[in-house]
Design a protein around this ligand. Structure first.
Ligand SMILES: [Zn+2]
Length: 218
C-alpha cells in the first residue's frame, strides 16, 4: 500500500512542524536549511515521527530541490495520514515550551548552577592540595607505601574526573540559561527540533534531542 502526499515545505524554520492544509497539499516547516539534502532529511524525519512509520517508508519522489514535493508513504493509509497530520498541526501550536514551564526550568537550572559551582570549587581545592599531602604522609614510614601511592593517585584521578564532569554539566547548565534568555530553549543544537518535554524534565540542560545525543555518544 503506497500513499502519495503533496507537500509545501518551508526550510530554515525555528523548529520543524506540520503547519496545516495548503490547498491540496500539506504545509510543513523544517528547522534544517536546504543544504546538502538536510532539509529533505529533516522532512523525512518529521513525517516518519508524525505518521509513526519508519523513515525508510518515507520517500521523496519529486521536488527534491523545490518547496513543493511529493512523498510516497508505505504502510499507512490516506485517511490515517490526513488524521495524523491534522492532529499534529493542532498539537504543534502548543508544542513550544510555554512560559510557565520555562520559569520552572529556569529555577531548576539556577539551583543546579549554584550546586555545581560549589562542587567544582570544592573539587578544585581538593585536587590542588591532596596529592602532595597524601604522598608526604605515605613517605614517612609505612611499609606498603607503594599501594598507598597508587591509591592516592587513583583517588586524585577519580576526583579529577568528577571535576571535569561537574564542569561540563555546569557549562551545559549555563548554556541552557543563556538559551532561555535568547528564546531558543528546548531546541536541539544539531537539528533544531524540539528536545521534548519528557527529556527536558529529566535533563533540563540537555543540548541535544535524544537521537542526536545517541549519535554523539556512538
Ligand atoms: Zn537533534
Amino acid at each position: 500500500m503506497t500513499a502519495r502526499l503533496q507537500l509545501r515545505v518551508s526550510p530554515g524554520a525555528s523548529r520543524s512542524a506540520v503547519v496545516g492544509r495548503h490547498g491540496s497539499a500539506w504545509k510543513v516547516r523544517v528547522a534544517a536549511a536546504p543544504e546538502a539534502g538536510r532539509a529533505n532529511d529533516a522532512l523525512v524525519r518529521l513525517l516518519a515521527d508524525t505518521l509513526a512509520v519508519p523513515a525508510r517508508d518515507v520517500q521523496i519522489v519529486s521536488g527534491h530541490a523545490s518547496r513543493d514535493k511529493i512523498v510516497a508513504l508505505e504502510g499507512v493509509g490516506t485517511d490515517e495520514i490526513e488524521q495524523r497530520l491534522a492532529l499534529a498541526s493542532r498539537a504543534g501550536k502548543e508544542a513550544k515550551v510555554n512560559d510557565t514551564a520555562i520559569d520552572a526550568y529556569r529555577r531548576r537550572l539556577e539551583e543546579e548552577r549554584a550546586r555545581l559551582t560549589e562542587a567544582v570549587e570544592f573539587l578544585e581545592r581538593e585536587n590542588a592540595g591532596s596529592l602532595g599531602d597524601e604522598l608526604g604522609e605515605v613517605g614517612s614510614g609505612t611499609d606498603n607505601h607503594l599501594g598507598d601511592t597508587a591509591t592516592a593517585t587513583f583517588d586524585r584521578e577519580l576526583d579529577g574526573g568528577l571535576e571535569v564532569g561537574a564542569q561540563q554539566t555546569l557549562d551545559d547548565v549555563e548554556a541552557a540559561l543563556r538559551k532561555i534568555e535568547e528564546g531558543s530553549y528546548g531546541t536541539c543544537e544539531v537539528c533544531g527540533e524540539p528536545i521534548g518535554a519528557e527529556r527536558l524534565s529529566a535533563i533540563p540542560w540537555a543540548r541535544l534531542c535524544i537521537d542526536d545525543q545517541r549519535r554523539a555518544n556512538a
